[in-house]
Design a protein around this ligand. Sequence first.
Ligand code: MG
Length: 434
Amino acid sequence: MRLPWQMLSRTNSVGQDAEPAPVNSPGHDDPRITEGAGAQVSRGANTQLSWAARTDVGLVRGHNEDSFLAQAPTFAVSDGMGGHAAGEVASAIAVATISEHAPVHADDLLLGASVEMANAAVINGAETGQGKPGMGCTASVVSIEQNKMAVAHVGDSRVYLLHNGALVRLTHDHSYVEELVDAGEITADEARVHPSRSVITRALGSDPDMYADHFTIDVSAGDRVLLCSDGLSSMIEDSQIEAIAVSSATPQAAVDNLVAAALQEGGHDNVTVVVVDVTDDGVIEQHRRRYLLRFFTVGLIIMGICAALFVAATLFVRNSWYVGANGDTVAIYHGVNASLLGHDLYALSETTTVQLDDLPDALQSSLRDGVVVSSEAEAHATIESYRDQIQTDKVHAQQVADKSTAGTETSQEKPAVPKSESEGEDDEADEGGE
Ligand code: MG
C-alpha cells in the first residue's frame, strides 16, 4: 500500500522509552554496514580515495534514525523515518541492500537500480514485521571510479561536490519545500526553516514503483564529495558547509567540523555526514597506460615492418644469381654481390674453366663487379656465350694469323722484275715529276 509521504513527518520527540538496539548499531554482525546509529565515526583510504563518516543523534532526538555506508567505491547516507523502531530499521535495510547490490563500477543506472532494490527491501521489511508499517527512508548514494562518479538519489538527503574551492549541490531534494523553491514561492534560506521542511515527496518504503534519480559526472583529483542528511543541511547554510569543507584539511576533520557546526546550531535532527576526497582520479595512470600502449603499438609496427623487409630481402637474395670472377676464372654465384654487417650475401655455386684473361677487358671489369642474371639457367647460358665468344675470338685470331702467314709466303714467291726495266720506269717517272 502506498503511503502518503507528503503527509509523513519525521518528528521524533525526546523522552521516548528506552530503545532497542538498531540493526545497524555497533557490533551488529552485518559487516557491510560500517557504522550506524548513535555518534559513530568511520574512516578509511585506498589508492584513489580517502574518506570519513560521522553520524550523531543530535541534541533533540532520542535516537538516531540515520545510517550511512562507507564501503569504497560506494558511499551512502540514508535518513530513516517512521518513528521509534522504524526509521532506523528502514535506513539500515536500505544501506545493507545498496551495499549488496551496488555496482563495482561507476554505473549510475545500476546504482539507481540498487536504490530501487532497497526500496523493495524496505517495503518487504515492513510487511514481514521487520521494523514497523509506514517506515521509510531517503537514500543518497555515490560510486566513484577513477574520474567518474555515479550518483543515485531519493529524498532530501544531499550530495555536494567541492571543486576548486566551490561547493555545488548535485542532488535535487524530493521535498515539499523544494517544490516551493522551484516555484519561486520561497527562497532556499526560507525553506530551511519552513514548518513543512520535513515533508518529502519521494522516499523508499511506500511505492513499489518508486524510481531513483541517477546520473554520472566527472571528478578529478583534489575534489571533495560530501553526502549528508538534512540534519546538516537544515541546520546550516550551504555557504557555511562550503566554508567548513574548504577549511578542513582532511575528510575526518571535515565531518567532525560539519557535525559540530550542526550541533552548535541546535542539533534538532540526527546529523550524518560522509566526506570523500578524490586523491587520485587515475588520469595520470590512464595517460601512462595510453603512452605505453602507443609505445608498444609503434614498436610492434616497426618490428613488423623490419620483419617484412627481412623476409623480402631474404627471398630476394635467395632468388638472385650473378656471374663473377673467382680468381682467374669465371664462376656462378647465388645471391647478390654485397655484404651486410660483415656477412656475405652470396655463395659460390659453380666454378668454370673460363679464363678471365680470355675475355675483353671491359667484360673482365664487369665480371669483377658481378654480372646479374635472372636465374641459374641464364647464368649457364651466359657462361656458354663467353665460351663461344672466346672460341670465336680464337678462330678469328687464327684466321688473321693464317692470312698474315699466307701474305708473307705470296710475297716471297712473286717473280723478280728486271732491274733495267724497273730502273727505266723510275727514271722516266723522276723526269716527268721534274
Ligand atoms: Mg533527518
